[in-house]
Design a protein around this ligand. Structure first.
Ligand SMILES: *Cc1c(COP(=O)(O)O)cnc(C)c1O
Length: 343
């Protein structure tokens, strides 16, 4: 038995539970490039239904799904409107320039989670010989900063985008965290966009994979582009089976992660020098700052590691601790004990 780590670095570290792993052994398989893998087909049909869209396509990662959406929505040289600190802008290795060959034009979120609809509209290009075409607007929900965007804001962008005839893609890597936090069916979120990408390998615990959903015509075109991008997988049922299990059995428990994050934030707050970023506590992520005089970053990361707790160092001066299926209340209490012993 491996040593039990408490890993607070991300929800991507989740290990598939035993029952999920077992689905891999018994999944009926075929060649998915021929459309012959029954398990992939079942996953795609189930995901389309669950997310309220006509069709779905299984892809290797969230980055792949987003970039496939960009490639399929746009033409080379188009402009894509996206938030300045969005994953598509910030954390996808500049792929938009390489794969779709588009240029990104950014807006800033207001109060870290409000969508500035007028600003976004003003970024849509008018017809002018000098200008690129605006090919797509990208939103993100839940946001990587721990916030959830309201349905009202998404609706306002939706109505504007329809009026201006620009499609909208949602980076819904954590869309189920967003719907749990808002207390709405996930379909209410997907109804406000043309396409959405959903990560199965984060809080939902699948080993790999994301799902891109949209209209049947869009997904048919995306299927060909997925092949172009090298994402045509053969007996992909071995990974589609745990992904299907994730959608069926792991969605409802995400609210436990959110509750645990709030619990952890309360505990951390008792340490003097810790400043919890409370207005960003919508999902499973706790962001905080910690004064260097209490403990240095290196001493905290190393000290925790020595006691079996993995955390990331600061990004933009902030620590981020993430709860997930592998983190229970006792783990949080244990982390707190170690934290206090280090300072
Ligand atoms: C994780 C994440 C992705 C995609 O991540 P992969 O690691 O490529 O699966 C996309 N968008 C957001 C907001 C994410 O958090």
């Amino acid at each position: 038995m491996d040593k039990k780590w408490i890993d607070l670095r991300s929800d991507t570290v989740t290990i598939p539970p035993q029952e999920m792993k077992e689905t891999m052994l018994h999944a009926p398989l075929g060649d998915d490039v021929y459309g012959d893998d029954p398990t992939v087909n079942e996953l795609e049909a189930f995901a389309a239904e669950l997310l309220g869209k006509e069709a779905a396509i299984f892809v290797p990662s969230g980055t792949f799904g987003n970039q496939l959406a960009l490639l399929t929505h746009t033409r080379r040289g188009d402009e894509v409107i996206v938030a300045a600190d969005a994953h598509i802008m910030y954390h996808e290795v500049g792929a938009a320039a390489v794969i779709a060959g588009v240029q990104l034009r950014t807006f800033d979120l207001v109060d870290q989670k409000r969508l500035p609809v007028d600003k976004i509209e003003s970024l849509i290009r008018i017809d002018d010989i000098h200008y690129p075409e605006t090919g797509l607007i990208c939103l993100e929900n839940a946001l990587g900063n721990g916030c959830v965007v309201s349905l009202e804001d998404m609706k306002a962008v939706r109505e504007m985008a329809i009026k201006r005839d620009v499609p909208v893609h949602l980076d819904g890597a954590r869309i189920f965290n967003a719907s749990a936090s808002l207390g709405v069916d996930v379909k209410e979120l997907t109804a406000l966009v043309d396409t959405a990408n959903v990560c199965l390998s984060k809080g939902l615990c699948a080993p790999v994979g994301s799902i891109l959903v949209g209209s049947k015509t869009f997904i048919d075109r995306a299927r060909k582009n997925r092949k172009l991008m090298g994402g045509g997988m053969r007996q992909a049922g071995v990974v589609a089976a745990p992904a299907l299990y994730a959608l069926k059995h792991m969605v409802d428990r995400l609210k436990d992660d959110h509750d645990n994050a709030k619990y952890m934030a309360e505990q951390l707050e008792s340490i003097s020098g810790v400043e919890i970023l409370k207005d960003r506590l919508d999902i499973s992520m706790v962001f905080f700052t910690l004064s260097e005089s209490v403990i240095s970053e290196q001493a905290l990361v190393d000290g925790m590691f020595e006691k079996g707790i993995k955390i990331s160092g600061m990004e933009d001066e902030e620590y981020r601790f993430v709860t997930h299926h592998g983190v229970c209340r006792e783990d949080i209490d244990q982390m707190m004990k170690v934290f206090k012993s280090l300072i």
